[in-house]
Design a protein around this ligand. Structure first.
Ligand SMILES: Cc1ncc(COP(=O)(O)O)c(C=O)c1O
Length: 419
């Protein structure tokens, strides 16, 4: 008898949906489209030659090791390098506090696997990173949401949400994806204190922390928590699980991220990872180490900052020039994205249809909201497109928005007023 597959899938697959961003990525592979949709780094900044040389030297000097199975925790010299880097910010972490993962996306999935029971509540920002929702929907999580403003998560709304006793708080403190905002130092302290008071752990997702273009670096939550716990000098054992990645500083194609957490949490995540993929590619880890070491990564991050700062500025000035007055947007101090809010009754999904006809793409905001709101919002990426094309793309998008607003008495992109 032929299998009826639909009757065989596990219940947890019911909430697995394709990501809007990944669908749009297929579309935007067409060269004539100006895409502000994906979170893609600029291909011009990939250190291709350094990777080529590193591949050769890894194979020549450690070929059989690089092609062999290796430990789940990850390549030790790379973990030591990450630890040294973290110590710079004033936190004592050793290699035993670090697990290398196949992209930080895998870290999110492993956290889901290790912590989430069906029906558990997770406290997320509204909007939040779509990939986290995708990872945790698969573990049948429910969400409690906290709104954002220009200073990041609204910590004045935290208390009520923490009383529900969520499994953990998920927060993107630096150059939020999708919102582009940064959590203020005052709110970082408040979050640490309140999470500690209620005994709720924090997942700090920080892929963009090094990509700051203006203003002062703010200490990560994991560092502030370490200070708050009075833990100075001993290996990290606090309330925060910190995750980051080489995707935005080296290249996303190597799929290399990491988790920093108390040793006992790392041990649990290691077990979760063994069931997932045994370990992250030995070869990729050794090559990334070879590329990054000796100060290359620090210099390279400086170059990336300059390139992206220029693109951010190009987008901000084009928005001023071409967008209608009643549309607003965030002014990110770093990262890859800014966030646009349209007048209440415009639907970003419908605007996207018109924009695609003009060969320009973005991601409608709705999919970043765990509560399904945000129809009048959208995310723009500024790292991928070159500055001249950014101006052209924003000009086209501006015309689409002007046209939609002018049509306000007809159907067009307008949604009915809420009752
Ligand atoms: C907030 C956030 N977390 C995690 C990821 C996953 O990144 P990767 O798996 O490439 O490390 C991304 C990617 O864009 C992201 O924006």
């Amino acid at each position: 008898m032929k299998t009826l597959w639909t009757e065989r899938y596990a219940q947890r697959t019911q909430r697995m949906r394709s990501s809007r961003v990944r669908e749009l990525l297929k579309l935007t592979e067409q060269p004539e489209i100006i895409s502000f949709a994906g979170g893609l780094p600029a291909p011009e900044v990939f250190p291709v030659q350094e990777f080529q040389e590193a591949c050769q030297s890894v194979l020549a000097e450690h070929g059989s090791k690089a092609l062999q199975y290796s430990t789940t925790e990850g390549y030790r010299p790379l973990r030591e390098m990450i630890a040294r880097h973290t110590v710079r910010y004033g936190i004592e972490v050793g290699p035993d506090n670090i697990l290398l993962t196949t992209g930080s996306q895998q870290a999110l999935d492993l956290i889901g696997k290790a912590f989430i029971n069906p029906g558990d509540h997770i406290l997320v920002e509204n909007p939040t990173y779509l990939g986290a929702l995708q990872a945790w929907n698969g573990y049948q999580a429910e969400y409690v949401t906290i709104p954002l403003d220009d200073d990041g998560m609204r910590t004045d709304e935290l208390e009520g949400a923490l009383r529900i006793s969520p499994k953990f708080v998920y927060v993107l403190p630096n150059f939020h994806n999708p919102a582009g905002v940064t959590l203020s130092l005052e709110r970082r302290h408040k979050l640490i204190e309140m999470a500690d008071h209620y005994g709720i752990p924090i997942i700090e997702d920080d892929p963009y922390g090094q990509l700051r273009y203006v203003g002062e670096h703010l200490l990560p939550l994991v560092v502030l928590d370490n200070q708050f716990q009075g833990n100075n000098g001993s290996p990290y054992s606090g309330n925060v699980i910190y995750i980051s990645t080489f995707s935005k500083t080296l290249a996303p194609g190597i799929r290399l991220g990491w988790v920093i957490a108390p040793v006992e949490v790392i041990e649990k995540l290691v077990l979760a990872k063994q069931g997932a993929d045994l370990h992250t590619s030995t070869f990729d880890q050794m090559v990334a180490y070879e590329v990054a070491r000796g100060g290359f990564l620090d210099n390279h991050v400086r170059l990336i900052r300059n390139v992206y700062r220029e693109r951010r500025d190009a987008m901000l000035s084009a928005l001023e020039k071409y967008f209608p007055g009643d549309v607003s947007w965030t002014k990110p101090q770093g990262g890859l994205f800014l966030w646009v809010t349209l007048p209440e009754h415009l639907d970003a999904d419908m605007i996207l249809n018109d924009a695609l006809k003009e060969k320009v793409a973005f991601v409608p905001g709705e999919s970043f909201y765990a509560d399904g709101s945000g129809q009048n919002t959208l995310r723009l990426n500024f790292s991928y497109v070159k500055p001249e094309r950014i101006e052209e793309g924003i000009k086209r998008l501006g015309s689409v928005l002007h046209a939609a607003l002018e049509e306000d008495s007809s159907v067009g992109a307008l949604r009915p007023l809420p009752a």
